[in-house]
Design a protein around this ligand. Structure first.
Ligand code: CAA
Length: 385
């Protein structure tokens, strides 16, 4: 079913979209329900995606990445998320973890920390959140202490996607908690270092196949050359990275919502009540019209934020607008899809309940919808001065 309005994409972008769509249709979608049911990490699918260049999309080619612009990365991610949002989160989190190195790493650090992950199909995790510091990322407690030419890392990170399978962690930790965000550093931590342990895989409502664990660091020795940027620059590195990754999350919401919408559109045209397809009723038509319009609006906001970032323009405002709008849209559209299916939609015999469960996480991770509003408002108020 092709109903989207994307005629302005170039030939190359259409080809990229078609390749991702094919992978999603043939490989991801047939396995999505089973992976969800058993909460199974989609290792095989990720390895296939990697072999086709559908992982590490936003990483540079000299370091083994697919080297797409953020805009093109979003085109691919929408198609993957149409197949399964949980699988797509598992794919996209490598880009989240590697982007701080892409943005702030020296050529030697990129060679050492991006290349092996991209070339060998390994996993990397982004470790910012903690049990006591979620939305307030600047209030994190995981500590770094200088010891000669090493740091000693101690603390616990929470909600770490792919954390149980990662070969490398990008960790945000503080040299001095009293300095608040000014004490934070970003360090790259190979998973084989002594003193690292991971918790149980969280039994989540949605995106159940994506691996979510806590990661604990106990007196882990990190060479100083693993630090990205300067001491105290870590919080800015995390925020800049999230500016680039929030469009990727927004477009996961678009792909997932599009899947829910397509199911609902078809079902509405087939399901008969009062001797007519329910799509004959204006109440249903109105829901379908709003769903399609809102998906399109979210896609456009996302494309715009990605395009600004590709052009080197600071886009905290647009990136948070895209993430806020797309995540909330995805929740509404997938809930409406369940509504159109009625009682059937509430069962696991039909695919829309999974879309609804998967959508919820997109309003929470990479900054809740409330945090996106805070960023948007602050950016707007800044422009007054
Ligand atoms: N780029 C660069 N620097 C930035 C920035 C940006 N986008 N935004 C802020 N900064 C800088 C500011 O300029 C300021 O620097 P100075 O002190 O030098 O002026 C500094 O950072 C502090 O900024 P704020 O005063 O705005 O910081 P704050 O503590 O009030 O709030 C926040 C910031 C927006 C609430 C932030 O904490 C935030 O985004 N929280 C949400 C965290 C989040 O998204 N977590 C998700 C984790 S990732 C994930 O979900 C993992 C997964 O596996 C999927």
């Amino acid at each position: 079913m092709r109903w989207e309005y994307d005629h302005e994409l170039s030939e190359e972008q259409f080809a990229l979209q078609a390749e991702a769509r094919k992978f999603s249709e043939k490989e991801i979608r047939p396995k999505a329900l089973e992976l969800d049911e058993h909460s199974t990490f989609p290792h095989e699918l990720l390895q296939k995606a990697h072999s086709l260049g559908l992982m590490n999309l936003y990483q540079e080619e000299p370091y083994g990445g697919t080297d797409l612009s953020l805009f093109d990365t979003c085109i691919v991610i929408e198609e993957l998320a149409w197949g399964c949002a949980g699988v797509t989160t598992s794919i996209v989190v490598n880009d989240l973890a590697l982007t701080p190195i892409r943005l702030y790493g020296t050529p030697e650090q990129k060679e050492k920390f991006i290349k092996p992950i991209c070339e060998q199909g390994q996993y990397a995790s982004f470790c910012l959140s903690e049990p006591g510091a979620g939305s307030d990322a600047g209030g994190l407690s995981t500590s770094l202490k200088r010891d000669g030419d090493h740091y000693i890392l101690n603390g616990q990170k929470q909600w770490i996607t792919n954390g149980g399978h990662a070969s490398q962690y990008t960790v945000f930790a503080t040299l001095d908690k009293s300095a608040k965000h000014k004490g934070i550093c970003a360090v790259v931590v190979p998973a084989e270092r002594e003193g690292i342990s991971t918790g149980h895989h969280e039994n989540k409502l949605g995106q159940r196949c994506s691996n979510t664990v806590s990661v604990t660091f106990e007196n882990v020795r990190i060479p100083i050359e693993n630090r990205l940027g300067d001491e105290g620059q870590g919080f800015g590195i995390a925020m800049h990275t999230l500016d680039c990754s929030r469009p990727m999350t927004a477009i996961i919401a678009v792909g997932n919502a599009r899947a829910a919408f397509e199911h609902a559109l078809r079902y509405a045209s087939e399901r008969k009540q009062f001797s007519r397809p329910i799509s004959d009723f204006q109440a249903i038509q109105s829901m379908l019209a709003d769903m399609a319009t809102d998906i399109e609006a979210a896609r456009r906001l996302t494309y715009r934020s990605a395009d600004l970032i590709d052009r080197g323009i600071s886009a905290s405002l647009e990136s948070s607008m895209a993430k806020r709008f797309a995540a909330d849209m995805g929740m509404k559209v997938s809930t409406d899809a369940v509504q159109i299916f009625g009682g059937y939609g509430y069962t696991k015999d039909y695919p829309v309940e999974k879309c609804m469960r998967d959508a919820k996480l997109l309003q929470i991770y990479e900054g809740t919808s409330q945090i996106q509003r805070l960023v948007i408002a602050r950016e707007l108020l800044k422009r007054l001065t």
